[in-house]
Ligand binder design. Structure first.
Ligand code: FAD
Length: 444
């Protein structure tokens, strides 16, 4: 009964915002601990700088603010030892069997299972991040680039306000919705794009924005979002695709409003007027964010059994065990609301089955568009989150149970759990923003 149907989502009695907020209060501490205190989950490897935007010339959309910059780990000493170039070549193991054959063809110089020397654990997997199979919702890395990408500490590059905006970001969001989303009747890009940008917000009458949002707070009931009503002319899968993208967009907006830079004082603080302009008046966006939280929670719960014997390759057995325990703490807590999202309803009826490949290809395109984001830090988190959603979709729609799961790459796991953590902190920030708005109203 408690399954969140992709049709109704957070409107069901048992899967209300309050239910998900309560679940989040249980999961968030474990998720924060995992993503903030383990090397495995706080470092990400990606090709951040070498890939050109495949859709347009992006020179004009580059963000020159210091806030857009990413600090990469260029010095080998800063990279956890086991992932340094010299170490990587040694890693192999039972889980690598799946990858072995194709890896062997393309990387004959790498040792395979049983050919190991030295003290490296046999349980470790050499990662071929540039490999994708047909079930992936991600884009293969460009092999011709000849680079394995950069290591980034996610702790040192938090997702927050960067100042990226204007035509550059608008073009990217437009492309994501227009090129890759199945068109829907209530397409969102009719609004005046400039009106809620941070720059314009600063010029607006702050009180006016707050008043409008406070009025809304008393009139609408956040428990029952009204924006995303059912439409019969659109199939379920298309709506789900839209919700994933819009929910990701809403989560990014939440973080930039929550960790906002006052460019006059140089202080970072939650920006209530940013929330009041970008999120509060749009219950559909908030509903989509909660939808994504449910989707990610379900995917994380589903990979739990598979991760019980996953080798985390930290290079230290004690750390390996500690990392696994922290992962299982998250997956166990995520599993406490059974069937939080019922993926079994998708791709089954009507044109559903034939849509699956289309859905996957469209999602791959969204991840390709990330190379057009002209702000390094936004691109970093955009890539992590599209990869996190892609991994969640793969886990939910390509495999019936944990035994069928393929080897998940390290980058996929890191992206999955960090995307879950981003959504978790968005839910937390939204609740605080709602309280702040109530307070500001009382004070008037
Ligand atoms: P935008 O957020 O750019 O939205 C454009 C239009 O899309 C809106 O006018 C509205 O019609 C529609 N829209 C907005 N939200 C939704 C939604 N949830 N669902 C459906 N439709 C919606 N900036 C940062 O400061 N930090 C970041 O980390 C960051 N990461 C980014 C990552 C990506 C991939 C992209 C493309 C941009 C990122 N940005 C980031 C920029 C940020 O998202 C905004 O584009 C920017 O702040 C300008 O905001 P805006 O008010 O013009 O509206």
């Amino acid at each position: 009964d408690c399954a969140i149907s992709p049709k109704a989502i957070v409107q069901d009695a048992c899967a209300s915002y309050a239910t998900l907020d309560r679940l989040n209060a249980q999961v968030k501490p474990a998720l924060d601990d995992l993503t903030r205190t383990t090397d495995f989950f706080s470092h990400y490897r990606l090709n951040l700088f070498n890939k050109a935007c495949p859709f347009w010339d992006d020179e004009g959309g580059m963000c020159a603010n210091i806030g857009c910059a990413v600090e990469t780990l260029d010095n080998e000493e800063d990279i956890p030892e086991v992932w340094r170039a010299a170490e990587l070549g040694k890693l192999e193991g039972p889980r690598a069997k799946h990858l072995g054959q194709s890896a062997r063809k393309r990387h004959p110089e790498k040792p395979l299972l049983g050919e190991l020397g030295g003290a490296v654990s046999e349980g470790c997997v050499f990662e071929y991040d540039d490999e994708c199979d047909e079930r992936d919702y991600c884009v293969p890395e460009d092999e011709s680039a000849g680079s394995k990408g950069d290591y980034v500490s996610l702790l040192r590059n938090p997702e927050r306000f960067t100042g990226y905006g204007g035509m550059g970001s608008r073009q990217v969001w437009d492309a994501i919705y227009r090129e890759n989303c199945f068109q829907r009747s209530s397409f969102p890009h009719t609004a005046n794009l400039g009106s809620s940008s941070p720059k314009n917000l600063a010029q607006q009458d702050f009180k006016q924005v707050l008043d409008a949002a406070a009025r809304q707070l008393t009139n609408d009931k956040p428990e029952v979002p009204s924006g995303d009503v059912e439409t019969n002319d659109e199939c379920l899968e298309k709506r789900v695709f839209y919700r994933v993208v819009s929910g990701m967009h809403a989560s990014i907006s939440t973080h930039l409003c929550w960790d906002f830079l006052n460019q006059t004082t140089g202080e970072w603080h939650p920006n209530l007027s940013c929330y009041a302009a970008r999120l509060h008046p749009f219950p559909d966006r908030i509903s989509n964010l909660y939808f994504n939280y449910a989707l990610l929670t379900r995917a994380v719960a589903k990979v739990g059994p598979y991760l019980k014997d996953y080798t985390f390759c930290t290079g230290d057995e004690v750390e390996d065990i500690a990392t696994r325990n922290k992962v299982l703490e998250v997956t166990d807590r995520a599993a406490t609301v059974p069937q939080i999202f019922d993926e079994g309803l998708m791709f089954v009826n009507g044109e559903g089955p034939s849509l699956k490949e289309d859905f996957r290809n469209r999602f791959r395109n969204v991840s390709r568009i990330m190379d057009c984001v002209g702000c390094d830090k936004c691109r970093l988190w955009g890539k992590i989150q599209t990869s996190g959603y892609g991994t969640a979709l793969k886990v939910l729609f390509e495999f019936d149970n944990a035994e069928d799961l393929p080897v998940l790459k390290r980058t996929e796991l890191v992206a999955l759990f960090n995307t879950h953590a981003r959504l978790s902190s968005s839910l937390n920030a939204l609740a605080k923003f709602r309280d702040m708005l109530q307070e500001s109203r009382k004070g008037q």
